[in-house]
Design a protein around this ligand. Structure first.
Ligand code: NAG
Length: 328
């Protein structure tokens, strides 16, 4: 009976966890869904086969990529970010097809921007469609928890009509496809990526604070991989194989009224930047923006933000790998 409290704690965490996965989607092992992208032994698959550590040190960052290409679906991972001093460090969980469509790529991004000690990580979301890299659609947020303390689930829902970003069960952003967006809405098959890398030039206060390797290695932990959607044949991009989504109603029905209320409340409290209110970048906000004067007023007080090269994550990663090759 000595073990009883431990078992009880374990059971509770399983229940809490299952609740986080109310979508009821299968969780893949790393080898079932992903392959290493770069970083040698800075990528470690843990014994359970379902968790991965990605680390950044003075030699290299690291990353992995989904084995399949997807057109639409629900994509998710639980992530725990490195603690303490993380200025200049970027952890990214994103979809891209820059390897296939070099001149007209699409992207859907979750980016975690490190910070100096005592200041919190921030999250950035963004999309590109058909190489729309002249129009960054970034938003930035704080979180209601410390993302270095526990695992939290970060998810992307991508359909033909909308894209929703989730943190745990909270939808934090919805992008509806509008006619005027044209090709700017991601619409070609993409793979999923997770990376950690040195973005000293821009990640923290526009490059003011660099990565300090005294605190390396920086380790981001990943688990609970969900890749649930339509896979696409890489040779014949029109050939789709879709998983049954009937058990996952959120995929087909989108956002419920109660989820929407939570989203609005999150955005009111935690959104720190939205491209729609950035008058320096956009004299006229991009067509899909719905301007809320109260929000505009509130977002005024945040510092201007510098963005990652303005050419998308794919290019940032490529640059990063090139500079590594030179360093080695
Ligand atoms: C994507 O961009 C190319 C130009 O690079 C253009 O010809 C094409 O029509 C665009 N596609 C969409 C769907 O807007």
């Amino acid at each position: 009976m000595e073990n009883f409290p431990l078992i009880f704690v374990l059971l509770c965490s399983v229940l809490v966890f299952a609740h986080g996965f109310s979508r009821n989607l299968p969780i893949l092992s790393f080898d079932e869904g992903y392959s290493q992208l770069f970083g040698d032994d800075n990528l470690i698959v843990l014994k359970d086969g379902k968790s991965v550590h990605l680390s950044l040190d003075e030699r290299t960052g690291s990353g992995f990529v989904s084995q399949d290409l997807y057109l639409h679906g629900f994509f998710s991972a639980s992530i725990k970010l490195p603690a303490d001093y993380t200025a200049g460090v970027v952890v990214a969980f994103y979809m891209s097809n820059g390897d296939i469509f070099e001149k007209n790529h699409d992207e859907i991004d979750f980016e975690f921007l490190g910070n100096i000690r005592g200041k919190e990580w921030r999250i950035q979301t963004n999309i590109y469609g058909n190489e729309s890299t002249k129009v960054g659609r970034e938003e930035r947020y704080g979180l209601w928890f410390d993302p270095t303390e526990n695992f939290h689930q970060y998810s992307i829902l991508w359909t033909n009509t909308h894209i929703i970003f989730y943190v745990d069960d909270i939808a934090i952003r919805e992008i509806k496809r509008t006619e005027s967006m044209g090709g700017d809405f991601p619409s070609k098959p993409m793979t999923l990526y997770a990376t950690i890398w040195d973005a000293s030039e821009w990640a923290t206060n526009g490059g003011k604070y660099k990565v300090n390797y005294k605190y390396a290695p920086y380790i981001a932990e990943f688990s609970n991989f969900v890749l649930h959607g339509c896979t696409v044949d890489p040779v014949d991009l029109t050939s789709l194989k879709c998983e049954d989504t009937s058990s996952a109603s959120s995929i087909t029905t989108g956002i419920s009224p109660s989820q929407r209320a939570k989203m609005e409340s999150f955005r009111k409290k935690h959104m720190q930047y939205s491209y729609c209110y950035d008058k320096i970048r956009y004299k006229t906000p991009p067509s899909e923006c719905v301007i809320n004067p109260k929000e505009a007023e509130r977002l005024k007080k945040f510092d201007p933000v510098t963005f990652g090269g303005g050419r998308g994550h794919h290019h940032a990663r490529k640059r990063h790998r090139q500079s590594q090759a030179v360093a080695i």
